[in-house]
Design a protein around this ligand. Structure first.
Ligand SMILES: [Zn+2]
Length: 198
């Protein structure tokens, strides 16, 4: 797949509002209890761990480990080979994303898509997604100051499914642009929001 160079006017056309926070884990402090209680899939168990025991997602910087920064080479390889951003294995026909309400609308992600089970694991275990008390470190999430990333942690996250994506380079940043959503669920604080709570 070649990158799609997106002109300035096209960028405006896709409504490049600040992208909602992404499911990478800028974690700090003690390990979250979900790490011990939520079952890991076989592919997640194969990942290396950080010093607290958190699995290190395929798409982040591995050496030295930095859970908050996307590795650009892994991102490129993953986008070209259709790999899961968490476990690094090939995706099937369905691609799953986790995003806030802005990414639901603009469908632009800094992170790679995931398997369903990897996305659900991240929603339950990643402290950024599951723990409202966690401090949000904006500079770490963006890798550098990135005007397209929201400086605040969204209240709710969405688990989203689509059948494919393209890549787009916008002002030197590579984004994944998901196809139309086929399915969505709302999550708050590491739990799926049931319909009567929405
Ligand atoms: Zn996976």
């Amino acid at each position: 797949m070649s990158d799609q160079e997106v002109s300035k006017s096209k960028v405006e056309a896709v409504n490049l509002a600040p992208a909602a926070a992404t499911p990478i884990c800028p974690i700090k402090g003690g390990a979250h209890k979900a790490l011990a209680s939520v079952l890991m899939s076989r592919s997640v168990r194969r990942l290396q761990r950080d010093h607290r025991g958190y699995p290190v997602p395929f798409m982040v910087v591995q050496s030295p480990i930095n859970l908050a920064v996307i590795d650009p080479l892994r991102h490129r390889e993953g986008a070209q080979r259709k790999l899961c951003g968490v476990c690094g294995e090939r995706l099937g026909n369905k691609k799953w994303f986790v995003g806030g309400n802005i990414t639901v609308t603009n469908r632009l992600f800094l992170t790679l898509p995931m398997h369903e089970e990897c996305a659900r694991y991240s929603l339950r275990v990643c402290p950024f997604l599951s723990n409202p008390a966690m401090k949000y470190r904006n500079e770490a999430v963006a890798g550098s100051a990135n005007p397209n990333v929201s400086p605040t942690r969204p209240h709710a996250f969405y688990l989203l499914r689509t059948n494919g994506y393209t890549t787009a380079v916008i002002e030197d940043t590579r984004y994944i642009m998901a196809n139309e959503w086929e399915y969505a669920e709302e999550w708050r604080d590491g739990e799926r929001v049931s319909l009567d709570k929405v």
